[in-house]
Design a protein around this ligand. Structure first.
Ligand code: NAD
Length: 367
């Protein structure tokens, strides 16, 4: 049996709490012989700054590059508000994303029947929702140059951000999305604003050509990003995989997130190119949520997003969809049994973080 190497970076705040529950799931998978893991642990964020004076050390960076996949909890907190900008906790996360060249951000939005009433939309609109937003993560207007605020001669200032995409950047994110669509429903929606932006014209043209050339079996449709925002809150279930740029992906994935109830439910994956040494894509898996300093240390964190991030690692790095399905089924079973952490309990009873993790492990063993 293959051994899967994971580099665990629990980070700050609730990160270590939700990572501890994820480690229970890893141990359960090992315990029943489903998989074998080699785990290493490191520091990122404020805890790394406290230990090394950096948000991630060179040694831990090398371990992240060497592992099959990185699992990260969360970084940050008020304790580090005063540290120099280049060493702030988020710098560790940004360094990982940059040096591992993680350009594809996968954000699933799943609405479990047991939680459909927690959504702000009507049950029938979101019940059973299962969609995936693929966001380009390293290009576009967040990084394009020039990017500056300059003084104007007559007074006032001018701010410039530059939306820029090259064909190869669009193609490589397109490939990730087409391949995902192929493994799921065979449908892909691409989104831009070609009606007002030339980067949208190139995006549309490149994705269309890529689809015709290499993915003719995938049904491709296009939506303008503003119209897609409306569709996502009207008929979200008509979409399966959505691919879009950094800016629109940032907004649309947050819209999709809120369809599902709590931020504590949402895992994510960030993928890069295939590493010729391992044959696997560079990969970092993490919850969408932050370090939640307001609840850290109180056993109130929902470990679902972190455990779901392990599930995504099993599916996308190790090609073990069977284990990812088992993890997801265990989470769904636990929710169907009525187990809730405080964030999804409405006014009902709730379980502490560790009990929720134990319930997922019990459901995993029972399956
Ligand atoms: P947050 O996601 O940490 O918390 C937002 C709200 O959601 C809080 O009320 C929190 O209690 C709740 N919440 C978050 N995760 C939860 C979980 N698993 N279970 C139950 N409730 C949960 O965002 P924030 O409060 O804006 O930021 C807090 C810190 O986290 C800041 O330092 C911020 O910079 C950092 N941050 C880190 C990441 C990351 O590591 N990727 C992402 C976002 C924010």
């Amino acid at each position: 049996m293959d051994t899967y190497s994971l580099f665990l970076l629990p980070g700050d705040g609730i990160g270590p709490e939700v990572m501890a529950e994820t480690e229970k799931v890893i141990a359960a998978l090992e315990g029943d012989g489903a998989a074998r893991f080699r785990l290493e642990r490191g520091l990122v964020g404020g805890c790394a700054y406290d230990a090394h004076g950096e948000a991630i050390s060179d040694g831990d960076m090398a371990k992240a590059q060497a592992a099959d996949a990185v699992l990260l909890g969360a970084v940050g907190g008020p304790k580090w508000d005063g540290v120099p900008y280049a060493k702030r906790p988020e710098a560790g996360l940004l360094r990982l994303r940059k040096e591992m060249a993680l350009y594809a951000n996968l954000r699933p939005a799943i609405c479990y029947p047991a939680l459909a009433d927690a959504s702000s939309l009507k049950r029938e609109v979101v019940d059973g929702l299962d969609l995936m937003i693929v966001r380009e993560l390293t290009g576009g207007v967040y990084f394009g140059e020039p990017k500056a605020i300059t003084d104007l001669p007559g007074g006032g200032q001018r701010a410039v951000d530059t939306q820029v995409y090259d064909t190869h950047e669009i193609e490589r994110i397109g490939r990730v999305a087409f391949e995902l669509a192929r493994k799921r429903s065979g449908r892909l929606c691409s989104s831009e604003k070609r009606n007002v932006m030339l980067s949208g014209v190139l995006w549309h043209r490149t994705i269309t050509a890529l689809g015709a050339r290499d993915y003719a079996d995938v049904a491709l449709e296009h939506h303008l990003a503003d119209a897609l925002g409306m569709q996502l809150v009207r008929h979200p279930k008509r979409f399966d995989v959505i691919v879009t740029d950094n800016l629109f992906g940032d907004m649309l994935s947050d819209v999709a997130a809120m369809l599902t109830g709590s931020i504590g439910m949402l895992p994510s994956a960030s993928l890069g190119d295939v590493d010729p040494r391992t044959g696997r894509r560079k990969a970092l898996y993490e919850p969408v949520h932050g370090s939640a300093p307001d609840i850290a240390g109180h056993g109130l964190a929902n470990p679902r997003a972190m455990i779901g991030s392990l599930g995504m690692a099993m599916r996308y790095t190790f090609d073990r969809g069977d284990l990812a399905d088992r993890i997801e089924a265990a989470i769904a079973a636990v929710l169907a049994q009525g187990c809730r952490t405080a964030d999804i309990a409405a006014d009902g009873p709730s379980l502490p973080t560790a009990a929720m993790g134990d319930a997922v492990v019990a459901a995993l063993r029972a399956a």
